[in-house]
Design a protein around this ligand. Structure first.
Ligand code: CTP
Length: 423
């Protein structure tokens, strides 16, 4: 059983988990793997988010383990948690087994040390509340007080009590995200509790920033469109994000974005997926309303800039639809835009000739450069730095338009410019 449970973990990760278990033995501490990774191990899916719960102060434990094993270490005293990482992207989170109480709905919880049983009970859904012992003598033993395995088998998402969504309304988005990701169902009582909570103003006690973190996670799912459509049909999106533009056309646009992002080769084209989806939801808002929303969502300034630019660039982009432009002109229009804006415009315009322009730009001349530099122009006789810049830009446009090809062509064209202008 142990072997089967851990078969989707790479050997070096399994070895690391075992060494944490052995370290816990030396200190006479009970240690468990918990949360999403256990759920996914049981489902046979890959997950490398290692969450360990200890029935002892996790900060002291993790600090010494990290020091002795060459990990960097960060503690979060308020929540009695710590994380350690290595440069090769391995990250392990340690939590002190704890119970939580919520002073008000949506507030961050007050936490106090507890047993593993109480720790599992404070969690969102039974399927996320299964633990696996990692102490040496008990390695791989499943600890499942609330029949999470039964719910996984029956493909059910179930909360522990009828205040679960009130305590933490962000769980509403999580429930639907997991429902769609695994193709599970919310158990009938859980769905009723969810709908009941949705009717209460309590859901607005949570900061939009926290909902927004969940929105981003939805955008990282394999099919965000399916999940967003489901949230729309349950009227959850409308309640939680009342400022978004939401209608059938918007959902279709979201579907086009999902297709674009899944079929395009984006290795050399870094994209924040959530940003492209977000653009669809704010596209119809005025600049003022958009700016308000960005502040409410606590969106970082660098991302805010891309969304605001989307509004101001709209007319320039529209030109691609009706003007016949040379490739160099298209390059001029598009090269100032972020990758996210380019993808968004390509999907939104739904116009084959615009998509073709954009694809051509991305595939052929987004990164076009000259073979010569300012130094070559100086050798020809150009002196003024500003003028050199203008000539380089002129030559690049000619190259993009296919009028010159080789380094020789570039030099010949530069000389021609120099002699005709200095006559
Ligand atoms: N958790 C919770 N309530 C929340 C968020 C998290 O009870 N609002 C608990 C769940 O037990 C969850 C664990 O904390 O499994 C880890 O949270 P997170 O990493 O966000 O979720 P995963 O279940 O690992 O989901 P994913 O596969 O999307 O990373």
């Amino acid at each position: 059983m142990t072997k089967i449970l851990f078969q989707s973990l790479p050997d070096h990760i399994l070895k690391l988990i075992k060494s944490i278990g052995a370290y816990a033995d030396q200190r006479n501490v009970s240690a468990y793997l918990v949360g999403g990774i256990v759920r996914d191990l049981i489902l046979g899916k890959e997950n490398l988010d290692i969450d360990i719960v200890l029935e002892v102060n996790a900060i002291d434990f993790a600090k010494t383990f990290a020091k002795e094993n060459g990990f960097s270490f960060v503690a979060h005293s308020k929540f009695m948690t710590a994380s350690m990482h290595q440069e090769n992207n391995i990250r392990i989170d340690f939590t002190t087994a704890r119970k939580e109480s919520y002073s008000s709905s949506g507030a961050l919880p007050d936490v106090s040390p507890a047993t593993i049983q109480a720790d599992l009970f404070r969690r969102d859904f039974t399927m996320n509340a299964i633990a696996v012992s990692i102490n040496k003598g008990k390695f791989g033993e499943i600890v499942d007080f609330y029949d999470g395995q039964g719910d996984l088998e029956q493909r059910k998402i179930r909360v522990f009590h009828d205040k679960s969504f009130i305590d933490d309304p962000t769980r509403i988005l999580r429930a639907i995200r997991f429902e769609q990701r695994f193709d599970f169902e919310l158990d009938v009582d859980t769905m009723n509790i969810l709908k009941d909570t949705l009717e209460q103003d309590i859901i607005y006690n949570v900061t939009l920033g926290r909902y927004f973190e969940e929105f981003k996670k939805i955008c990282e799912e394999q099919s965000p469109a399916k999940c967003l459509r489901r949230l729309f049909s349950l009227k959850i999106l409308q309640k939680i994000f009342p400022d978004f533009s939401l209608d059938e056309d918007r959902l279709k646009l979201i579907e086009s974005i999902e297709i674009y992002l899944s079929v395009s080769k984006l290795e050399n084209f870094p994209v924040s997926r959530w940003l492209v989806y977000f653009m669809a939801f704010v596209d119809d808002l005025s600049l003022k309303d958009t700016k308000n929303l960005l502040d409410k969502f606590l969106i970082p300034k660098k991302d805010q800039k891309k969304i605001i630019s989307l509004k101001t660039q709209r007319e320039i982009i529209e030109r691609l639809c009706y003007e016949k432009m040379r490739p160099s002109q298209i390059q001029k229009v598009l090269s100032d835009l972020s990758n996210e804006e380019i993808i968004f415009f390509s999907c939104r315009n739904n116009n084959p000739s615009v998509s073709k322009c954009i694809d051509n730009f991305l595939d052929h001349y987004r990164w076009a450069t000259l073979s010569i530099s300012g130094e070559d122009l100086k050798e020809i006789g150009f002196k003024d730095g500003k003028r050199i810049g203008v000539i380089l830009e002129y030559l690049l446009a000619k190259k993009i338009d296919g009028k010159i090809k080789t380094k020789k062509d570039e030099l010949r064209e530069a000389e021609k410019e120099f002699y005709t202008r200095s006559l």
